[in-house]
Design a protein around this ligand. Structure first.
Ligand SMILES: Nc1ncnc2c1ncn2[C@@H]1O[C@H](COP(=O)(O)OP(=O)(O)OP(=O)(O)O)[C@@H](O)[C@H]1O
Ligand SMILES: [Mg+2]
Length: 597
């Protein structure tokens, strides 16, 4: 995360015509704000121009005061020149203010648009996209990339324009003042700049290494504090202290090495800047140059030198920005799932009867093609039937659920709803008629009310309470001082596993789906609440097709069909009593084990 001063370093891209053109497409985000943007550019030019007039007027004032009219071009009294300069400075205040204000406003707005675009795109991406990437990395990457682009829009462009103007005016002025002296100067500056660049590259490399190392030790702190109960339970305090100490020592080593190079750099720069001034002043004296003009010359040269050094930085910024825009555009180019928007949801739609068929379905996760997770599954669920899926851990039960919800599509075979191929239905319509109570329930930051209403955002208070009652959750919710308004999630009250599950069940009840999917929905409940919730679930399952994944076989005894899944294939299929009849059956041995306990 690019928080707390720790910035994620943005990798650079090669500058080619292609990459440049690609990078520039990001400027379409500026289009809505182009008037402000162009005004900003105008103010930058004005501000650069007035800055450059300053040394000129200063020199003129000195020329005029030292009574050297032949050198002066303006022939004004020093007082008048001072007044002009103050007036110019006042204008400069306005220009600078406008430039900063306009560019900030354009940059922030354009980047906000970009953020919204990317988020909308991300959240609609198919599941597979998330499986292939680490989500944390993705989000920090995006925030770093966007910050880079924002800097480019609000700072880099402005600096570039100002730099070009300063170079043109500055070099023009010193050439005009003295061609010879300019040549002396221009023969020194590039050498200094090249050496400075070499130094700064080394410095950057070291400081990046130190920063990475610092981030590493930050990770140690974060991980161990998050898992503090593990650290303590395993008595590993000293082990972690050792790890942290080593990491911090490395940071110091790298930072000190960097300090050495920086020290050399700074002393070299001071030497060369003042050395160049000595050289120029001495040379100017041998030429009998006027003090005022010499003054102009020195200040203009300083501007030119500073700008040249700045260009190197702008160049590397440009590379980074192109890299950032490429990655952002990669995301924007990926195709999303089609999720219909809220308006269309209001239209009357086809209500599923609830017939579900799987025909010879085989599936592997696109991220792991070598592992065949589901093999030639054939399942037939009549409307309203209860299908139980049991089997050892890793057999593919949750994967089957993902296919039903169309998080993934099978590589071969087909899934049919009401006899029609799954992809004939709009994705949103299909998912709207299913409800999932997952294995690990995630509650969103917000009130309990909002979390239950997640299944039906326009639900009334009565409906939510009704659903909670049916899920046997009302009672514990009532016991919180703030009841349904209790905030849960990362920053709120922590709920127990069983409480979370009951909230998820209430969510599903409220949604009133045609197809209900329970993935170990009662696994975190004690026997008493399980019995209560079981009853609720039993009511919930009436009149809808349901898929129930369960480890505890007692909960699925009445299922219309029980599928025993092993290594991704259906090994046994039938009712409870049919399966118990099977000699050497997996179900039979499993239930023996469970009922003996
Ligand atoms: N997103 C994924 N990408 C790649 N492989 C996965 C993914 N999710 C699960 N798998 C693999 O697929 C197989 C089946 O996993 P699945 O979660 O369906 O098992 P399960 O039957 O639900 O097990 P459990 O009872 O422990 O929940 C496992 O080998 C697992 O490693
Ligand atoms: Mg599972």
């Amino acid at each position: 995360m690019a928080r707390g001063g720790q910035t994620v370093d943005v990798p650079k891209a090669k500058l080619t015509r292609e990459s440049l053109r690609e990078g520039l497409t990001i400027f379409r985000y500026l289009r809505p704000y182009r008037t402000r943007f162009l005004l900003g550019l105008l103010f930058i030019s004005l501000s650069a121009g007035s800055t450059m007039a300053f040394p000129y007027l200063l020199g003129e004032m000195i020329n005029s005061a030292t009574g050297n009219p032949s050198a002066s071009t303006l022939h004004f009294s020093p007082g008048l020149i001072a007044v002009i300069m103050i007036a110019l400075l006042t204008l400069q205040m306005l220009f600078s203010f406008m430039r900063v204000y306009l560019f900030t406003s354009v940059g922030e707005n354009a980047v906000a648009d970009m953020r919204k675009d990317i988020y909308r795109h991300l959240i609609m991406m198919p599941m597979d996209f998330f499986a292939q990437r680490r989500v944390g990395e993705l989000s920090s990457r995006i925030s770093a990339d966007i910050t880079q682009i924002q800097d480019a829009v609000s700072v880099m462009l402005a600096e570039l324009l100002r730099g070009v103007l300063t170079m043109v005016i500055g070099v023009g002025m010193i050439l005009y003042l003295s061609v010879k002296l300019t040549l002396v100067m221009l023969s020194v500056i590039p050498i200094v700049i090249i050496i400075a660049l070499i130094f700064s590259r080394t410095i950057r490399k070291y400081s990046r290494m130190a920063q990475d190392q610092l981030a590493d030790s930050g990770t140690i702190v974060q991980e161990t504090l998050q898992g503090i109960s593990n650290v303590k339970a395993f008595n590993n305090e000293w082990y972690e202290i050792g790890r942290y100490t080593k990491s911090v020592t490395d940071v110091v080593r790298l930072a000190v090495r960097n300090g050495r190079v920086r020290g050399m750099f700074i002393s070299f720069m001071i030497f060369s800047v003042f050395g160049a001034i000595v050289l120029v002043v001495w040379y100017a004296m041998t030429m009998n140059m006027e003090v005022g003009n010499l003054m102009k010359f020195v200040i203009f040269t300083a501007f030119v030198g500073g700008t040249m050094a700045g260009f190197a930085d702008i160049y590397s910024q440009l590379q980074k920005t192109i890299g950032a825009t490429q990655r952002v555009r990669e995301i924007l180019k990926e195709s999303t799932e089609t999720v219909t928007v809220a308006d269309e949801m209001l239209q009357p739609e086809y209500r599923l009867q609830g017939k579900v068929q799987l025909r010879d379905v085989s599936f592997y996760y696109p991220s792991r093609p070598e592992v065949q997770v589901l093999k030639h599954l054939n399942i037939e669920a009549a409307p309203g039937q209860q299908i139980a899926v049991v089997g050892p851990s890793g057999a593919g039960k949750s994967t089957l659920v993902s296919l039903l919800l169309r998080f993934y599509d099978p590589q071969s075979g087909s899934i049919l709803f009401d006899g029609r191929a799954a992809d004939e239905f709009p994705l949103s319509q299909l998912r709207r008629q299913m409800a999932l109570v997952p294995q690990d329930v995630l509650l969103f930051g917000g009130s309990i009310f909002e979390n239950i209403a997640y299944g039906k955002p326009d639900a009334t208070r009565e409906e939510v309470e009704e659903a909670a009652r049916k899920a046997n959750a009302h009672e514990f919710i009532q016991r919180f001082p703030e009841g349904y308004e209790t905030v849960v999630g990362e920053r709120g009250v922590k709920l127990s596993g069983g409480q979370r599950q009951r909230i998820a069940i209430a969510r599903a009840i409220l949604k009133d789906p045609a197809i209900l999917i329970l993935d170990e929905a009662t696994s975190s409940l004690d026997s008493e609440s399980e019995a209560l919730v079981q009853e609720a679930l039993f009511n919930l399952m009436k009149n809808r097709t349901s898929f129930v994944i369960a480890h505890r076989l007692s909960t699925i005894r009445n299922a219309d069909q029980i599928l025993v899944l092993e290594h991704g294939a259906i090994r046994e299929k039938g009712t409870h009593f049919e399966l118990l009849e099977l000699e050497n059956g997996l179900y039979k041995s499993l239930s023996k084990l469970q009922f003996e306990v």
